[in-house]
Design a protein around this ligand. Sequence first.
Ligand SMILES: [Zn+2]
Length: 365
Amino acid sequence: MESRMPGTLSVGQFFGIPLRFHFTFVLLFAFLITISLAGAQSWVGNTIFIAAIFASVFVHEMGHALVSRRYGIRTLEIVMFPIGGIARLEKNPGIREEFWIAIAGPAVNFVIAAGLFAYLAGTGQWQSISKMAEATDFNMLQRIAVGNLVLGLFNLLPALPMDGGRILRSLLARYRPEAEATQLAARIGTGMAVLMGLAGLVTFNIFLLFIAFFVYLGASQERAMSIGKSAMQGMPARSAMITEFQTLNHGDTLRDAAAALLASTQQDFPIVLGNRVIGLLGRARLLRALAQDGPDAYISAHMDRDFVRIDPETDLAEAMPRVAAAGSAALIMKGDELLGMLTMENLTEFILLRQMGLRPEPRAS
Ligand SMILES: [Zn+2]
C-alpha cells in the first residue's frame, strides 16, 4: 500500500505517526505571512498566531489518530493541507467506531479553547469574543482560544466529509442501512456546500467559497463511493473478474512482454512457470524495467512476486480496496489455480452494469 502522499514534505514523527506538509500548505503559510507584512500587527506576532492555529489543526488530527489507534486502526500519516489537516487511516473504521474517531478532533479544539478561556477568566483577561478575536499583538492567547473554538464548531458542521458529517452518518446508521446513511449525510453535505458557496458569494468571502468547493467535492465522492460499495456488496469477486487474458512465461524477455502489451488493451500480465503463477508484471513496472535493463532482460528478474491474490468467493466490497491499494491488477486464485484478474477499470464497469439493472456473470471460458 502507498504509505506516502505525493507532493509532501516530511516534518517528523509524533507518537510514531509521520507528519507531512503538502506543498500547497507551505505556499499558504508563506502567503499568509507575506500579506501580514502590510497589516496593523507585527509580522512576528502574526507568524506566531498562524503557526499556533496550524498547530491546533495538527493536534486535532492527532485526536483522530489516537482514538483510531484505540480501535486498532493505524494512521499512515497526517498531511497538512491549506484547508486543514487529514489523518490518513490504514482502513475505514466501522460505523460505530467512526463516531468516536470523528468527535475526537473537534473535542481536542474545545479542550484547548476551554483551557485558555478558563486561564483568561482566572487572570482577569476575559473580554467579549469579538474583542478577543481582534488582530493585535497583545491578545495572542485570546485569539488562539477563539481560533480553537471556531475550528471545533466549524468541523462539527453536519456535512460529509467533515467531522460533523461523519458523526451524523454514524448516528443515522443506527436507524437505517449504512449505504443509505452515507448517501443521506452526503446529500446534506452537498446542500450545505451550496449554501456555504452562496454565502461566500454574497459576502465576497473567497475563503468560504474555497471551503464550499472542497466540501462539495468530498461529499460527491463519498456518495459515489457508497453507491459503488452497495452495488458490489454480496457479490463474489469471481462475478466481476476478467476471464480472457494472456499470461507470460517465466523464460520470456521484456521484449516479449512489450509485444504482449501492444497487442491488446491488457496492462497486467500474470507470469507462470509450468502451471504455477509466480509473479505479476504490470505496465509501469515493465516500462521501468525496459528503461533500466533493455529489451533482452528476463521478465522474471522484474516481476512483482508479492502480487495481491484474492479468493474467488471474497465479497467484492471487501476486494475493491485491496485492488485499489495494489495499484495494478489483483489475481483471483483458488488455491494455486489462476481463475481471473480484477482491475479498477473492470470494477467500474461492473458497477455501471449493476446500476443499469444487469446482474453480470462471467462467461465460462
Ligand atoms: Zn477532524
